[in-house]
Design a protein around this ligand. Structure first.
Ligand code: PLP
Length: 451
């Protein structure tokens, strides 16, 4: 029996139907998407003349062409074809404040009124570093940069200088930025830095301990996401992280937690949740109030290498490291909006939402699972779990992920192509109801493909 799928935007367009096979379902959904978005398609065509594939940020591309937005307000996005979406992508976690939070906007306009690109120090960087240190006690000293990628590259460099060992142990599936990422299926062309890197299996402590012991003379640091974000919202276990801490202590290796995404998952990140203290932590995304930023910090004995009062100081430059707009927005964000209490509230709401979505899956008996912690989650259609490593989600067909994405967009719900969902502060129960409704419809309409 076929069941029509309601596309709220394309009156007159053929309604897609439950399909027996995945490829025809994807093709049909893509046709509907194309019909509904002529202005985005035109903008994309124009962009291809300027940028390869019309693209300047790989993760934003999807076929046949991505959406172009005109504006965002609070938790909503508006595209060039006049559609409104609830933004559950949340700028891949950087958009935690939504798109127009008045407190953030006031901080930015206040800083703007006092001049940009001052080429000197201001009170704002003192305040933001203070706010971050207060929330993350493992950060005894810290420095700012301009992206999460930079933060990780700098942390790796700091560990190399500190230990005198260039080797890095990283985990299959983890992402540490555009030049240091290890997707389960590596792309044909990688632009990763040519660092001497050993890859270990995530959440497999015994195998990792063995690799660390074998390579201890070469490895200066172990870098890990305490929950894989882009890799599919796969949480590390407490035992795994504690085991890494012990192995690093034993072999005098610097332990780096990449909390670029996960620092938002409690008032003090996942290091607080698990009670495991890294030597260095890297930050990015939302800590600049939604403006470009990154930061790295940790043990004073490591970070003091950058003290310019020392004759042997390591130099770390960066024209915009302490730019006033980011610093001011970040202070307002951390101290007035995403306070410790708000972090608890939003992550509790995320846990409830994830449970609700998994409840809908159970009720329909669908093959699908939503993984994550708190306000970050990923939908994996076509598998049932458990999910402890990227190998556990490798069987999800890309077509099912694409279908989920098209189906959610057609219902005014903006999610990441990879199925990632991130909550933002302005969201309400009404938004969660909208997501849950659209998700349940996806489960119903696509039941044949999720059996
Ligand atoms: C865990 C993690 N580390 C580092 C980065 C890189 O941050 P940026 O995109 O700001 O360079 C990201 C970005 O998604 C990330 O998720």
């Amino acid at each position: 029996m076929t069941q029509p799928m309601t596309d709220h935007r394309s009156a007159g367009a053929p309604a897609s139907r439950t399909n027996a096979d995945l490829s025809s379902a994807v093709a049909e959904a893509m046709t509907l998407y194309t019909q509904a978005n002529p202005q985005s398609q035109a903008k994309h065509l124009e962009a291809t003349g300027n940028m390869p594939g019309g693209n300047t940020r790989t993760v934003l591309f999807f076929g046949p062409f991505p959406l172009y937005f005109t504006r965002g307000d609070a938790q909503r996005l508006h595209d060039v074809d006049g559609h409104e979406y609830v933004d559950f992508l949340g700028e891949y976690t950087a958009g935690i404040y939504g798109h127009s939070h008045p407190v953030i906007a006031e901080a930015i306009t206040g800083a703007l009124a006092q001049g940009i690109a001052l080429g000197g120090h201001t009170r704002h960087e003192v305040a933001l570093s203070g706010a971050l240190r207060a929330r993350f006690p493992s950060v005894e000293l810290m420095r700012f940069c301009n992206s999460g990628t930079e933060a990780n590259v700098l942390a790796l460099s700091a560990a190399r200088l500190f230990t005198g060992r260039a080797g890095v142990l990283a985990f299959q599936g983890c992402y540490h930025g555009s030049v240091f990422g290890f997707p389960y299926k590596m792309p044909a062309k990688s632009i990763n830095l040519p660092l001497p890197t050993t890859l270990a299996p995530y959440n497999d402590l015994a195998a990792t301990e063995k690799l660390i012991a074998e390579k201890a003379g070469e490895i200066g640091c172990v870098i890990v996401e305490p929950m894989m974000g882009g890799g599919g919202c796969i949480p590390a276990t407490k035992e795994f992280l504690a085991g890494l801490r012990a192995a690093c202590d034993k072999h005098k290796i610097v332990l780096i937690f990449d909390e670029v995404m996960t620092s938002r998952l409690s008032p003090g990140g996942l290091q607080k949740v698990h009670g495991v203290t890294p030597d260095l932590t890297t930050f990015g995304k939302y800590i600049g109030g939604g403006l470009p930023t990154g930061a790295f910090g940790g043990k004073a004995e490591i970070m003091n290498m950058f003290d310019p009062r020392r004759p042997d100081a390591a130099a770390h430059a960066g024209t915009f490291n302490n730019n006033v707009l980011t610093m001011a927005a970040g202070v307002a964000g951390l101290t007035k909006v995403y306070t410790a209490d708000e972090a608890l509230r939003l992550n509790k709401a995320g846990d409830a939402l994830r449970e609700r979505l998994n409840g809908l899956i159970a009720k329909r008996g669908a093959k699908c699972i939503v993984t994550g912690i708190g306000s970050m989650m990923t939908v994996h259609p076509g598998i049932s779990g458990p999910v402890r490593s990227p190998a556990d989600i490798a069987a999800v067909p890309q077509g099912l992920r694409d279908l989920f994405h098209y189906d959610m967009l057609a219902r005014g719900v903006h999610v990441a192509r990879r199925g990632m969902i991130n909550l933002s502060v302005p969201m309400t129960e009404k938004d969660f109801d909208k997501l849950a409704g659209a998700f349940d419809e996806f489960l119903a309409v696509r039941a044949g493909l999720l059996a």
